[in-house]
Write a protein that binds this ligand. Structure first.
Ligand SMILES: Nc1ncnc2c1ncn2[C@@H]1O[C@H](COP(=O)(O)OP(=O)(O)OP(=O)(O)O)[C@@H](O)[C@H]1O
Ligand SMILES: [Mg+2]
Length: 669
């Protein structure tokens, strides 16, 4: 405001000053000119008057007639501005005078004419004019006239004052007009600018009322505002865009953080899982190492176990081989008995190991059936009895029993024999073994085998079911491989039962087998079938048997086993190739086929026989040293009639032969 006020003030000041100076200068010039003109004109007028008076008065002077002179002067009364007059003689003496009305009578008349032509004195013009007659100065005329220069000056001052006032007024009016047209737009622009700053409203514009320079200024201001508005908008848009970007970036960052957290969680989970599996791995490794250790222990103990019976077999065999008839018959028989016993022991060992391998591989197929416990326990007692006699151990079995288990007969017998053999083996001299069998629920029985033996410590009980672990008995008197109880436990569980144990060191041990059973009533009705007639090698119809085996001893054994069977005609071949040719040539009733042979294996030979229509109907019985369950299964699948394993069981051989012959006869026309 002060700036605009000051601008306004300055504008007014300049305008007024200019007007004032112009008026004053004009008036002064006019005044000077007018006063000068007045002075000259008035002096000329009065001088001319004096000249004329002088001419008229010259004769009066010449004739010294003062009256005429006075009359001449009296004419001046028609000239009111001439206030006094006089005529002087040539010598300068006053000749005649005149004084205008209203002037004092004694109005001063200069006594002597002055040499000056015209003089202004005390507001009066004094003019002296010599009177010239024939080039001689005959006198002088004196006129005193009013000199009105100062009155004029006063009059002019009034005019100047009025003019000045008028000029100032005009200047004032002009100023406010100017203010309106010049200042208004500028102030508008200023107001708009202040407004814009205060309210940040860049859409504000100033009215453009004219097309002059100020209009251009306003237009420029408006354009500038437009530009600012555009830029501001662009800036705002850019800012918004930036904010959006920042927002997006923040969101992306949040997302990254979230993913990071999830990732960390997953890493933690994975790490935990890894640690867990590491722990499991460590456990498994430990177990594997223990199993490995157990296996090595087992192998070394196995080799010991195997060597012991082999020693007997080979030793006695050599003694008998070296004998040239010197040995008495009963000694020879005793030696042979040793050889057979050792061989049987060897067979048991091998069967045990196969058994365990089969069980551990989950390949045991059970056939549950009702099993009368009275008969089963009887059989077990008969088999256990021989072990007890030497050490005076008493066996206490239940006297009468009406319990029928639902189990695989063979496996259950194996379980009970294992427990009984342990109870005897690890008993003391003159100890006892008590067996009980009771129902614990309507379909559940419990067999308890209790001994009065050494018992086991708790830490021993913990390792009781580890394969090959004999709990320190490996150096004891009792033979064993440390797998009896492992097999037992597996079998019991496979049959749906449980095996429990409790033991006191020095007092004895008690094993309980809980098993599924038939309810007590059903048990009486469903008594088990009696053991079937054991097939004999002897008897049976006449037949031709071809035995294919590269091992002469095996061939000899078959020959010996079949010797008791009348009517059997035995042919033999030393490999598969020869076997096939002989079969084609002789058409035997049954073929016994070894597998592992030179030239052509038993399996391939069997395949050729099967594919040849002339031999396809002949039953081929495999007699193989490979007793692995897979091999047995494969052999049967390939079409072998039976799969017998070495060492050859005479009863199994007889049964297989009988069945084969029966089938052959049924098939033959
Ligand atoms: N009734 C028992 N009294 C005391 N110790 C026993 C008894 N039964 C088993 N043991 C201990 O448990 C160990 C393992 O028994 P297990 O029947 O598995 O093997 P083993 O009898 O040594 O050999 P085998 O495999 O020939 O049976 C035995 O070596 C023995 O130390
Ligand atoms: Mg045992």
């Amino acid at each position: 405001v002060s700036a605009s006020g000051s601008l306004r003030g300055k504008l007014i000041g300049v305008m007024l000053l200019t007007a004032l100076v112009a008026v004053l200068v004009a008036i002064s010039a006019m005044l000077a000119y007018d006063l000068h003109a007045y002075h000259r004109g008035w002096v000329d007028d009065v001088s001319t008057q004096a000249e004329m008076l002088g001419r008229h008065s010259a004769p009066a002077l010449a004739f010294d007639d003062a009256r005429v002179a006075r009359e001449n002067l009296a004419v001046l009364r028609f000239q009111p501005k001439i206030r006094a007059a006089a005529i002087y003689s040539a010598r300068g003496a006053v000749f005649a005078t005149y004084v205008a009305d209203g002037e004092p009578a004694d109005a001063a008349i200069p006594p002597m004419p002055s040499l000056e032509a015209a003089v202004v004195e005390d507001g009066s013009l004094l003019v002296f004019r010599p009177i010239v007659e024939n080039r001689d100065v005959v006198g002088t005329v004196y006129l005193r006239a009013d000199y009105e220069l100062y009155d004029r000056l006063l009059g002019y001052a009034g005019i100047a004052l009025v003019a000045t006032l008028v000029a100032l007024l005009v200047a004032w009016v002009m100023t406010s007009w100017l203010r309106r047209i010049v200042l208004r737009p500028i102030l508008d622009v200023g107001d708009a600018a202040r407004d814009v700053i205060a309210r940040e409203d860049y859409s504000r514009r100033v009215d453009q009322r004219r097309d002059d320079e100020l209009g251009a200024l306003v237009a420029a201001f408006n354009e500038m505002m437009g530009e600012i508005e555009r830029r501001t908008e662009t800036l705002a848009a850019t800012n918004r865009e930036k904010e959006r970007e920042v927002d997006e970036r923040r969101r992306a960052q949040d997302e990254v953080m979230r993913l990071n957290l999830a990732l960390e969680q997953r890493v933690r989970d994975r790490t935990a899982a890894l640690e867990q599996s590491n722990r499991e791995l460590a456990l498994a490794t430990g177990e594997a190492e223990r199993a490995n250790q157990a296996k090595s222990d087992f192998l070394s103990s196995m080799s010991h176990e195997l060597r012991t019976p082999l020693n007997a077999i080979i030793g006695f065999g050599q003694v008998l081989g070296a004998d040239e008839g010197g040995l008495p018959a009963d000694r020879r028989k005793a030696f042979l008995g040793h050889i057979v016993a050792a061989g049987q022991h060897l067979l048991t060992l091998i069967n045990d190991i196969l058994n365990l391998a089969q069980i551990e591989a989950g390949k045991v197929v059970l056939s549950p059936e009702p099993v009368g416990m009275a008969e089963l326990l009887d059989e077990c007692r008969i088999l256990t009895d021989p072990l007890t006699a030497a050490r005076g151990i008493r066996l206490l079995f239940p006297l009468s029993l009406d319990v029928v288990a639902h189990a695989d007969r063979t496996r259950l017998k194996q379980v009970l024999l294992n427990l009984l053999s342990n109870a005897v083996k690890y008993n003391r001299e003159q100890g006892s073994v008590a067996v009980e069998c009771v129902y614990v629920a309507s379909e559940r029985l419990r067999v308890t085998v209790r001994d009065t033996g050494l018992g086991m410590r708790p830490d021993q009980l913990q390792s009781l079911f580890q394969p090959f672990n004999r709990l320190g008995q490996e150096h004891g008197k009792q033979q064993g491989t440390g797998i009896g109880l492992v097999v037992t436990k597996h079998l019991v569980e496979l049959m749906g039962g449980t095996l429990g144990v409790s033991s006191t060191v020095g007092a004895g041990t008690e094993f309980c087998v809980d098993l599924p059973a038939l309810p007590p009533v059903a048990a009486q009705a469903g008594s088990p079938p009696a053991a079937g007639e054991v097939p004999s090698v002897s008897g049976g119809p006449a037949a031709t048997v071809l035995c294919v085996d590269d091992n002469p001893a095996s061939l000899e054994l078959v020959r010996a086993l079949l010797a008791a069977r009348p009517g059997v005609h035995l042919l033999s071949a030393e490999n598969g190739q020869v076997g096939v040719e002989m079969a084609r040539a002789h058409h035997p009733d049954v073929i016994l086929m070894d597998n592992n042979m030179p030239v052509l294996s038993g399996a391939l030979a069997q395949a050729r026989l099967r594919d040849d229509p002339s031999t396809a109907h002949i039953p081929v019985i495999a007699v193989s040293a490979n007793a692995m369950p897979d091999a047995v299964k494969q052999g049967l699948a390939a079409g072998f009639f039976r799969y017998l394993t070495k060492p050859l069981d005479p009863k199994a051989l007889a049964e297989a032969l009988d069945s084969a012959l029966q089938q052959k006869r049924a098939g033959d026309p």
